[in-house]
Ligand binder design. Structure first.
Ligand code: AMP
Ligand code: MG
Length: 488
């Protein structure tokens, strides 16, 4: 019966010198209660399903006590925010409690987000509100279920302690799990301070623990940078293919492991809109949906620069110059699979032309692709459910004729193609309005049923769940008024 008392702590990050973090204590919150939890994430720590309900564990995940073996720290980092270097960021409201080593030998860092002020809080209160915590919890677990690399969310603990944003809200803490929360900005901070030793130290630490295949190389640093660039390219291909917009792609939110990290004003595309800006505060559209792959490339150059003390400028630029091709290849492969087409060849024209049509007709991206799974490629098929999504029916018909011809020429069977496509085109995504309904119910009525329902639904995003048909629909009109920004 493994419970929190059986957890084994390893705390690799806390073995680093003091320069990388501050030892901290969370600030307690009154009367914490469990809002929701992820059984799958619990499993990563080797905990039983009921373990999460133990008052001692809830108190721990509220920041009110520490378990034997935990060594709470707040990490130091810096970063480029909206293009400008900010020399001092760091975990302003996150506290790393320790690293759990599970029975499979995996290390999972356990981090509280919203645990109170730290030396890196600057003007902030160190808190997170229930609203943003629900969004982070749901999206982390939904992304994982979609097969997208991400930090995980174990649970949300709430407290009635007020937190002041635009309005008064209540406090919550998300317990996040990841092999490591090291960011591009964790390296940048030392580069701009002209401190080479910590850059090397951190690189060695990350390589040995997370890129062990490189640890034996005589000069592992260029390969390390190369691998980070490739993982980031892979992540961007996932985001673009699923229609995910992060919203705040600052270098301090870029994971050194290529994970989706720091969920704030993110959004999934409803209608396909390449210029979609999910972050209400991003007035210039720097982090618009279609900019993400290029922003990631820019961010990688900032990481490369921070690693230049470990290699020549030429070597660093060589290490990252494969990024555009790696992204392009990974993205086209994903898109081809989503369209039921073989990778490469001249099929990318069909995909790109479809995206253009979707944009012109403002067609819902997820619904289009899911209906495309049922596409009938026989001659004279009308494909009415798909066709109905388009205002410009003639343009759709022309594209559909080309697509049908391509499928027939490939000799694909519609049934098997459809099955394969349904495994890569989710029926359910965390649309803003779905999160909003769950948040309102939780915040106004203390009813967490909708959060739990959404969580359960989104852990199986590719399976048709007939009782949840409404969750696969286009957003209602009121959803257009939802604004999400950095204030969380
Ligand atoms: P973010 O945009 O959420 O990734 O946060 C950027 C920086 O601001 C990070 O260093 C955060 O730790 C810090 N931060 C954000 N919100 C708060 C808060 N309420 N209190 C203290 N620090 C915060
Ligand atoms: Mg952040």
């Amino acid at each position: 019966m493994p419970s929190h008392r059986d957890l084994t702590f390893d705390n690799g990050f806390a073995t680093l010198p003091d320069a990388f973090y501050s030892r901290v204590q969370a600030t307690p919150v009154p009367d914490p209660y469990l809002v929701c939890h992820s059984p799958d994430a619990l499993d990563l720590l080797g905990l039983d399903a009921d373990a999460i309900r133990h008052p001692e564990l809830i108190e721990t995940l509220a920041g009110n006590r520490v378990l034997p073996g935990m060594e709470p720290v707040a990490a130091l980092y810096a970063g480029h925010q909206f293009g400008h270097y900010v020399p001092q960021l760091g975990d302003g409201r996150a506290i790393l409690l320790g690293e759990v080593r599970n029975a499979a030998g995996e290390g999972w860092e356990v981090q509280l987000k919203g645990a109170g002020r730290t030396p890196y809080s600057r003007g902030g209160d160190g808190r997170a509100v229930l609203r943003s915590s629900i969004r982070e919890f749901l999206c982390s677990e939904a992304m994982h279920a979609l097969g997208i690399p991400t930090t995980r969310a174990l649970c949300i603990v709430g407290s009635d302690r007020p937190v002041y944003r635009e309005d008064e809200e209540t406090a919550a803490l998300v317990t996040r799990l990841a092999p490591s929360f090291v960011r591009f900005g964790s390296f940048e901070v030392f580069y701009y301070r002209n401190q080479v030793e910590p850059i090397k130290h951190l690189a060695d630490y990350v390589i040995v623990r997370y890129y062990p295949e490189l640890a034996g190389l005589s000069d592992p640093y260029p390969e390390f940078l190369h691998h980070v660039a490739l993982r980031t390219a892979n992540l961007m291909a996932h985001w673009q293919a699923v229609g995910f917009s992060h919203g705040v792609m600052n270098t301090d939110n870029m994971s050194i492991l290529g994970l989706t990290l720091d969920y704030g004003p993110f959004g999934f595309l409803d209608a396909f809109d390449p210029g979609y800006v999910c972050n209400h505060s991003d007035t210039g559209g720097r982090y618009a949906f279609d900019q993400q792959p290029d922003v990631a490339a820019w961010n990688i150059t900032k990481l490369a620069q921070a690693l230049v003390p470990l290699m020549s400028v030429e070597t660093a630029s060589q290490a990252i110059n494969e990024y555009p091709q790696a992204f392009g290849k990974a993205y086209l492969e994903r898109m081809a699979a989503k369209f039921g087409l073989p990778p490469g060849g001249d099929t990318s024209g069909l995909v790109m032309d479809a995206l253009q049509l979707l944009a012109q007709n403002r067609v819902d991206y997820t619904i289009f692709l899911r209906r495309l799974c049922d596409f009938d490629s026989t001659i004279d098929a009308s494909n009415t459910p798909l066709r109905d999504l388009f205002l410009d029916r003639a343009a759709f018909d022309a594209w559909a004729a080309r697509y049908a011809a391509a499928l027939r020429q490939l000799g694909f069977n519609d049934t098997t193609r459809g099955q394969a496509m349904r495994a890569v085109n989710p029926k359910y995504i965390l649309r803003n309005h779905l999160a909003e309904i769950a948040i309102r119910r939780a915040a106004d009525e203390r009813d967490y049923g909708e959060v739990n329902r959404l969580h359960t639904l989104l852990t199986r995003p590719f399976d048709t769940q007939p009782e949840y048909e409404a969750y696969a629909a286009e957003p209602p009109d009121w959803a257009r008024k939802i604004e999400v920004s950095c204030s969380s």
